[in-house]
Ligand binder design. Structure first.
Ligand SMILES: *Cc1c(COP(=O)(O)O)cnc(C)c1O
Ligand SMILES: [Zn+2]
Length: 413
């Protein structure tokens, strides 16, 4: 990595814990020395390294070897033939970050980068503003690294997400308000205390961690960029970084250049980016979230503008789905592929279904769905919607009368 650079005016800044341009408040982004990376980073070099996200470390913003989250990433890319059939598409893949290490969401990628870099910069206290998964990952990775952690969340999050932060001994602060209010408070706190806020002053480094999901997809597909990638959007950052990862692989000659589209998915109850995309606008209108997809409930998405730009540039689409469609998406993925995703996964499956049905993803094409979090953390969203166990007394007769109703014949004489 060479410097931080303003996305608006191009001014360069030193590689410190800072995230906005002093002149125009544009977001800062990490820039790399691609010419020198191109000389050393080959497919063979990458393949010779351990199966973690750090096999692409030249393209991640740390100065030395990572010290936090060294095992994160390289989650399975699953060929989803049964789901493909149900959705009506020739070829479908699931990038399965429901099993990311250690906290079962793609946020382990961004956190391992942010905390490794925070340590390089000398921080001992880390913090975040979170819709849930980020809090879990900061809490766990900080515990393992011996860092002090403050995590700020909306007070009404799912029980699973709250317990998954508390158990690691992090300081968990529930804010009575929406994520956007949590985020505003955190910007004030970050300015006053000398902490590494992973998604405030450390945001340029943090966001780069998301690229690893795209690098892995391209490598696991046999070094090619997928025609279609469907990505859930909260702040919109993951979507922009998936596209950046494909661009970097093309630039470095690791994959051949081929057309690709990066589509965005949101919940209808919080869809500022997809609403703007569908209306053909370059800017979104902030909303007040009301959806079961709490991990995506950001009404004022920090990277919404850039996500819209990426979708426009790649000729991609966006769409959104209702709470019922989210639950249906969760069930479809579980029943077809044996993967239990959280609400964000239901959003992505539901939107993929819509985009395939409308022909925006043609049935003859191939697509990858980014499934970013685990269903065990959002049980509240589906409990009561998946039926209930049938209860009987411990008697063979009762069991068999139940089987008679199912019309199942015994197979052993
Ligand atoms: C945070 C999160 C996202 C999206 O994050 P961006 O802010 O758009 O980068 C997607 N899925 C899950 C499960 C998340 O926790
Ligand atoms: Zn600037």
């Amino acid at each position: 990595m060479k410097a931080l650079k303003c996305r608006e005016c191009g001014r360069e800044y030193p590689l410190a814990a800072t995230h906005v341009c002093e002149f125009d408040f544009g977001p800062l982004e990490v820039v790399y020395d691609y010419a020198s990376i191109k000389k050393s980073l080959t497919r063979q070099v990458i393949q010779s390294r351990p199966q973690t996200m750090w096999r692409y470390r030249e393209l991640l913003p740390v100065a030395k070897e990572p010290t936090v989250g060294c095992q994160v990433g390289f989650t399975p890319l699953v060929k989803a033939d049964r789901l493909a059939k149900r959705l009506g598409i020739r070829e479908l893949w699931i990038k399965n970050d429901t099993v990311n290490y250690p906290t079962l969401s793609f946020k382990d990628r961004v956190v391992s980068v942010a905390l490794s870099r925070a340590r390089e910069l000398g921080f001992t206290t880390v913090a975040c503003a979170s819709t849930g998964n980020l809090a879990n990952s900061v809490a766990a990775n900080a515990a393992a690294a011996g860092l002090r952690a403050y995590v700020f969340i909306p007070a009404d999050l799912e029980q699973g997400k709250i317990v998954n932060s508390l158990v690691y001994g992090a300081q968990v602060i529930g804010i009575k308000g929406h994520y956007d209010e949590v985020n505003r408070l955190c910007a004030e706190i970050a300015g006053k205390y000398g902490w590494a806020f992973v998604n405030v002053n450390m945001r340029p480094y943090y966001a780069e961690g998301s690229k690893s999901m795209g690098f892995e997809i391209a490598e696991q597909l046999g070094w090619r960029v997928p025609q279609h990638t469907v990505v859930p959007m909260a702040s919109g950052s993951l979507l922009t970084k998936i596209q950046k990862s494909y661009q970097e692989f093309i630039k470095l000659g690791l994959v051949e250049e081929s057309p690709y589209k990066v589509h965005g998915s949101q919940a209808t109850g919080c869809s500022p980016i997809s609403a703007a995309q569908k209306a053909g606008l370059d800017f979104f209108k902030p909303v007040k979230p009301n959806t079961i997809a709490k991990s995506l409930a950001i009404g004022t998405p920090a990277d919404g503008f850039y996500a819209l730009k990426v979708m426009k540039e790649t000729g991609a689409a966006a769409d959104d789905v209702t709470d019922d469609e989210i639950r249906e998406g969760i069930r479809l993925l579980a029943e077809c592929e044996g993967i239990f995703a959280e609400t964000a996964g239901g959003v992505t499956v539901g939107v993929a279904k819509k985009l395939i049905a409308s022909g925006k993803i043609p049935a003859k094409d191939s697509a990858v769905l980014c499934i970013t979090g685990n269903g065990l953390k959002t049980l509240d969203a589906v409990a009561g919607h998946v039926g209930a166990p049938r209860e009987i007394r411990p008697s063979l007769r009762e069991f068999e009368s139940l089987l008679t109703a199912d019309e199942v014949a015994p197979t052993v004489a």
